[in-house]
Write a protein that binds this ligand. Structure first.
Ligand SMILES: Nc1nc2c(ncn2[C@@H]2O[C@H](COP(=O)(O)OP(=O)(O)OP(=O)(O)O)[C@@H](O)[C@H]2O)c(=O)[nH]1
Ligand SMILES: Nc1nc2c(ncn2[C@@H]2O[C@H](COP(=O)(O)OP(=O)(O)OP(=O)(O)O)[C@@H](O)[C@H]2O)c(=O)[nH]1
Length: 461
């Protein structure tokens, strides 16, 4: 399961700037889908080969009561309770404040790593700027500069030091891992019960710590699946029960762990921002998606039409996914739902051979040539290969690909999707241009030359 870093600190110390830096690389490869709801408080990042999730508590609505921790929303408390490591951001220019001390008192009681990031430390003597913050009693402070990036990599490496490298064997396991997610009360538990019947009980007796998801194997029509059960998790983990019913961190983690996500919506309610945010996480994570519009049994014809319009309007960025109208309570529509789960899994794992990809690419170019850059030269698309699965990543090689407009990338994506029948999975198309061998930025769209630098350095050593 991906470790989750939670950023805390008083206002204005630079949490959102640090958040942006921690999630930057990943951001660059997420296509801008029309209408995609992105939540700037939750994001993905990667350092070396270790992926992580980041939560910025800075934007959570403060509840005006006494004391800093009362002022922070319950969501902050919940995020801290669920974090794998907490990054406590302080301001190196201002120095230690009374609020910092209060936060530190609270954090010292946590049974998990807390790292003190002394921000805005660019151009300052590191030993001097850090010294002040030893007093917080949270170990060695890390001077960083969120705006310049200094020290940020070391900070993350330290935060993730105790977490193992992602398990390669995991990916080879051919049982589809399915996560059922959605906001409270949409019918997730009812759906899980309908799918698993009595087996459900087993979930509660499984050993494991609170941060482990519960993986439950089940069979349907002779096929095996592993269900990632966050509902069971929430019930077991007393700490979450006390705070919020909906667990953002667990939802994010189970999406990350899944191959296919079933997003459950309540047809009896309007589509909410929370629905759209969860859908946004799924798109960002690149996981396959099937949408289950539940409680269809309780709607009359008028409401059914209305909800369809609402879905079309608010979740249009999910056009790659299949929508099913089901009743978990009555067990209706579940067969078709699972046909789509199978299809979405197959699409996520599809093997796309280089010769065929290249043929499809060249055919697409022949049908519609890319526009000339500045009316002068035409980008040249040479060949394509598959760079990854779940989601499928198609890497296109050629010259001057930087100048291809977004609309052309979409055209290619659409073509690949049609030809390879990639229903249910997001698809990523990346350009690898070689028009300037001396440019530092070799790989377009996976941004950040610094990362390329580190990767190359790692390879050499
Ligand atoms: N010099 C310097 N300024 C920084 C650095 N990081 C952030 N800042 C500045 O500090 C101010 C606050 O940054 P934010 O990232 O908005 O701070 P925050 O902690 O998210 O603030 P809240 O949203 O109020 O909680 C901005 O003016 C930033 O430009 C840094 O590394 N060096
Ligand atoms: N009419 C109708 N009601 C349903 C259906 N599925 C679930 N419900 C009802 O919706 C309510 C919530 O269902 P749950 O399965 O507990 O929802 P959940 O998403 O697991 O909720 P949380 O545990 O709060 O996250 C219950 O009263 C269910 O009986 C359905 O298909 N039709």
């Amino acid at each position: 399961m991906k470790p989750t870093l939670v950023l805390v600190g008083r206002p204005n110390v630079g949490k959102s700037t640090l958040f942006n830096r921690l999630t930057k690389t990943r951001d660059a490869i997420v296509a801008d889908l029309p209408g995609l709801t992105r939540d700037r408080h939750y994001g993905h990042g990667k350092v070396g080969s270790k992926p992580y999730l980041v939560v910025d508590t800075g934007g959570f609505e403060p509840l005006a009561k006494d004391g800093i921790f009362h002022e922070m929303a319950r969501q902050t408390e919940q995020a801290i309770a669920e974090a794998d490591a907490v990054v406590f951001v302080v301001d190196g220019r201002v120095g230690i404040t009374a609020q910092d001390k209060e936060i530190a008192n609270k954090l010292r009681k946590l049974e998990r790593p807390v790292l003190v990031a002394v921000n805005k430390a660019e151009g300052m003597k590191h030993t001097v700027v850090a010294a002040d913050f030893y007093e917080l009693g949270l170990g060695e402070p890390f001077p960083v500069s969120a705006t310049h990036g200094d020290g940020v990599r070391d900070l993350v490496e330290m935060a993730l030091a105790d977490f193992p490298e992602p398990d390669e064997d995991d990916a080879k396991d051919e049982t589809p891992r399915v996560a059922i997610v959605g906001r409270p009360n949409v019918g997730k538990s009812t759906l899980i019960n309908a799918l698993m019947g009595e087996e459900r009980v087993i979930a509660f007796d499984m050993p494991g710590t609170t941060r482990d998801a519960i993986f439950v194997d089940f069979e349907r029509n002779g096929r095996k699946y592993t269900l990632i059960d966050t509902a069971g998790l929430r019930r077991r983990g007393k700490v979450f029960e006390a705070v919020e019913k909906f667990s953002v961190v667990k939802t994010l983690q189970s999406i990350e762990d899944a191959n296919v996500v079933v997003l459950v919506l309540d047809a009896d309610q309007d589509i909410s921002d929370q629905d759209a945010h969860i859908a946004g996480f799924v798109v960002e994570s690149g996981r396959s998606l099937v949408v289950a519009v539940n409680k269809w049994d309780s709607l009359d014809a008028y409401r059914r039409e209305r909800i369809k319009v609402d879905l079309e309007h608010k979740l249009k960025f999910l056009s790659f996914a299949t929508f099913h109208y089901i009743s978990a309570l009555k067990g209706l529509g579940l067969e078709k739902l699972f046909t789509s789960v199978d299809r979405a899994y197959a699409a996520a794992m599809a093997k796309l051979p280089t010769p065929k990809l290249t043929r499809v690419l060249l055919d697409a170019v022949a049908r519609q040539a890319p526009p000339r850059h500045g009316g002068i030269f035409r980008p040249k698309l040479r060949y394509a290969h598959q760079g990854g699965s779940n989601p499928p990543l198609i890497v296109i090689h050629g010259n001057a690909l930087d100048s291809l407009p977004e609309s052309y990338r979409r055209y290619l994506e659409h073509t690949f999707r049609e030809v390879f029948k990639l229903q249910g999975t997001p698809l990523r198309v990346q350009f690898n241009t070689s028009h300037n061998p001396f440019a530092t930025k070799e790989v377009r769209k996976i941004g950040n030359p610094r990362d390329t630098f580190y990767k190359n350095r790692e390879k050499k050593s």
